[in-house]
Design a binder for this molecule. Structure first.
Ligand SMILES: *Cc1c(COP(=O)(O)O)cnc(C)c1O
Length: 226
């Protein structure tokens, strides 16, 4: 078995979930490489997964450098500290994890200096788990309103995770909550991306309207990983 086999199986599961839900729009798969070494990340890219996600900025920097020759679209999916913005911005296509207005303003500032526009999602703490980052749902209207004047930050959607205790089918209630929030805000703030669903619950997330899934461990199941 190879990572290409795993990728093919995951793509098929994504397609089946989309079909069950009667969806015709496309769903983006982010291959999360934080558990594996660079050579495995390369194999995943070679197998056809060109969007890769890392949760730690330093690891993303290193990977982006090691795999510089490949046209990988890097996504940062984990917490971003303000002192790491400058080095991260030019490397990533999307930051999934903006979790404070201070961070959004700092990204705007650094993006302006680098003369680029940062595409970001707002992370929502939908489950209320205390260890999780993210805005409370009720904060979102104010956060979105205050992000609009940021000329170098483009808030394109929301990201969230199900509660640690609700895996698989049990995640549905959390995803439904996030989708409802997304639908309520999307027309006013032109949101198009909803990042939800991981290895244990991506099919449920797709049934509930996710447009981006972030899959790590399932991608490397049964493979020798360091
Ligand atoms: C690690 C991670 C993932 C992937 O998790 P798996 O359960 O291994 O698929 C997805 N999203 C975020 C934010 C992560 O940190």
């Amino acid at each position: 078995m190879t990572v290409a086999d795993n990728l093919a199986r995951i793509q098929e599961r994504i397609a089946n979930a989309a079909q069950r839900a009667g969806r015709k729009d496309s769903i983006e798969l982010v291959g999360v490489t934080k558990y594996v070494d660079t050579s495995m990340a390369r194999q995943l890219f070679d197998a056809g997964c060109s969007t890769l996600g890392e949760s730690r900025p330093q690891q993303l920097w290193q990977r982006a450098e090691d795999l510089e020759s490949l046209p990988i679209r890097w996504h940062l999916i984990g917490h971003l500290q303000r002192n790491k913005i400058k080095r991260t911005l030019p490397l990533v296509e999307l930051i999934h994890s903006v979790d404070s207005t201070r961070l959004a303003r700092a990204i705007d500032e650094q993006a302006r200096q680098a003369e680029l526009t940062a595409n970001v999602l707002l992370e929502v703490n939908i489950s209320g788990d205390e260890e999780k980052h993210g805005f409370a749902p009720e904060e979102l209207p104010d956060v979105l309103a205050s992000s609009q004047p940021l000329s170098n930050v483009n808030v394109t959607g929301l990201m969230g995770m199900a509660a640690f205790t609700r895996r698989g089918e049990l995640a549905r209630q959390d995803f439904r909550k996030l989708k409802t929030l997304f639908d309520n805000l999307r027309s006013t703030y032109q949101l198009s991306q909803l990042s939800m669903g991981m290895s244990n619950d991506f099919e449920v997330a797709i049934e509930e309207g996710s447009t981006i899934v972030r899959v790590g461990s399932a991608m490397f199941d049964g493979l020798e990983t360091p």
